[in-house]
Design a protein around this ligand. Structure first.
Ligand code: UD1
Length: 421
């Protein structure tokens, strides 16, 4: 298995361009199943999860072509299967997003129960309940979710018990081709939902009030072809800014979207960082100072994103003072803590809170990545630490960060990928 080997201690300085958003690209790729016509998507990130999604669409019989700039053209008219098999789904939880579009368009879908990051139990009950409310018949058989509908799905009023990004997306896509109007209350409001809704509307769907907690979707009989450019990745952006804060450096992220990560920028400012921004860039300058510890509580958007807490725990690990990081979305999401403590951090986990007491320095060590964002945290820790850190199991990081070592080298990090023997 490949490793990332990092010589720590370099202050990061320079510019990094931000890739297209993984979490917007995945549902948007699945949304192309809603139309028979050609859809061209640009600004797709070059990532393992995107490759998995393309393989999954390919297995269904979708025709796909990709050019050198990762512009991808998808045509679903040739679909010849409605089953998302276990060997593809097991590596990526977001594969569940194939369910809504397949069912809405073809009246039938079989999807293996999803895998993905091991951060808590992560059920899919809300996806299934919502589809049932729209008239789907669902059974679980031999590890597969088997969904059927007689004729079109029917518009419904759906109240979600928990705010779920994936369930909101799945139901929004299913409702796009349903008969009548669907209202989803307590919907997720994440920028990626907004991006998906914009893309769907560009393809002829009628989604209203996206970005609010009550979504209205007027079902249409058919959607069309079209073009769409994926939004910048706000979590990648936040990760690089956190790296600048932890190393006392200065990073300007370009091709970014400052409006999508206000909660993160507010918290980074609290660490003492100077933040400046324009329409499509954000710069964080720590001016060589040690960060101040901050308290964080994760929450659905517009709250602080759970996908950024691990990276901020590293900023706290080397900060002045003690900061508390409380995770409210997922259980078992402080998995980087044990590894950070092996590097000399002082972090105690109390229930769903990590109490991080800043230390003067971290020491390099061999560490193991356990999930996508935890592995980003370990890479940041490696850049702050003195000596060498080897981050193992980086297939996690390749699921979500495009060319991470190349981008970080651009700003002065001493990081290289060591292929497995
Ligand atoms: C998405 C993101 C992930 C992010 C998460 C929360 C993608 C591909 N992934 O994941 O990076 O960390 O949002 O912002 O976009 N839940 C249920 N029942 C369900 C579905 C979810 O109880 O049917 C619970 C989950 O266990 C969790 C909470 O709802 O506690 C939020 O999960 P959800 O928003 O669905 O996360 P994902 O869409 O899987």
């Amino acid at each position: 298995m490949d490793k990332l080997v990092i010589q720590g201690g370099a202050r990061l300085e320079g510019e990094i361009w931000i890739s297209g958003s993984k979490n917007a690209a995945l549902p948007i790729l699945f949304a192309t199943l809603l139309t028979d016509q050609k859809v061209t998507l640009s600004n797709l990130p070059h990532l393992q999860d995107i490759t998995t999604t393309i393989a999954l669409l390919g297995a269904l019989g979708v025709t796909i072509s990709i050019d050198d700039n990762m512009q991808i053209t998808v045509e679903s008219g040739s679909l010849n299967a409605v089953t998302a098999p276990y060997d593809l789904v097991k590596t990526m939880r977001a594969s569940i997003l194939v369910l809504g579009p397949l069912l809405a368009k073809y009246g039938e879908a079989n999807v293996s129960f999803p895998g993905g990051c091991a951060i808590g139990s992560r059920p899919v009950d809300l996806h299934l309940k919502g589809l049932e409310a729209m008239g789907a018949e669902i059974e679980v058989d031999q590890g597969y979710i088997k969904a059927r509908t007689n004729g079109r799905l029917k518009g419904a009023n759906i109240l979600m018990d928990v705010v779920s990004v994936g369930a909101t997306e799945n139901l929004m896509m299913a409702a796009a081709l349903a008969e009548g109007t669907t209202v989803i209350q307590n919907a997720a409001r994440e920028p990626e939902i907004v991006d998906l809704a914009r893309c769907m509307n560009a393809l002829g769907a009628k989604v209203e009030d996206f970005g609010s907690n009550t979504l209205t979707i007027h079902g249409v009989e058919k959607m069309t072809g079209g073009e769409y450019s994926i939004m910048p990745d706000r979590i990648e952006t936040g990760t690089f800014l956190a790296a600048a804060a932890a190393t006392g450096g200065r990073i300007k992220t370009t091709k970014a979207d400052p409006t999508s990560l206000e909660a993160v920028l507010l918290k980074l400012k609290e660490t003492g960082a100077e933040i400046t921004q324009g329409d499509d860039w954000i710069q964080l300058d720590m001016k060589g100072k040690r960060p101040k510890a901050i308290n964080i509580k994760t929450a659905p958007y517009p709250g602080f994103p759970t996908d950024m807490q691990a990276q901020l725990s590293v900023v706290n690990a080397v900060a002045e003072g003690t900061g508390r990081i409380t995770e409210t979305i997922f259980e078992n999401r402080h998995m980087q803590v044990q590894e950070l403590n092996r590097m000399g951090a002082n972090i105690a986990v109390e229930g769903n809170t990590a109490v991080v007491t800043g230390v003067d320095k971290l020491n390099g060590a061999p560490v193991m990545a356990s999930d996508l964002r935890a592995s980003a945290a370990l890479v940041i820790a490696g850049m702050v630490a003195s000596g060498e850190t080897a981050v193992d199991r980086i297939y996690h990081i390749d699921r979500g960060y495009e060319c991470i070592e190349e981008k970080l080298r651009q700003v002065g990090a001493r990081i290289r990928r060591v292929p497995s023997k």
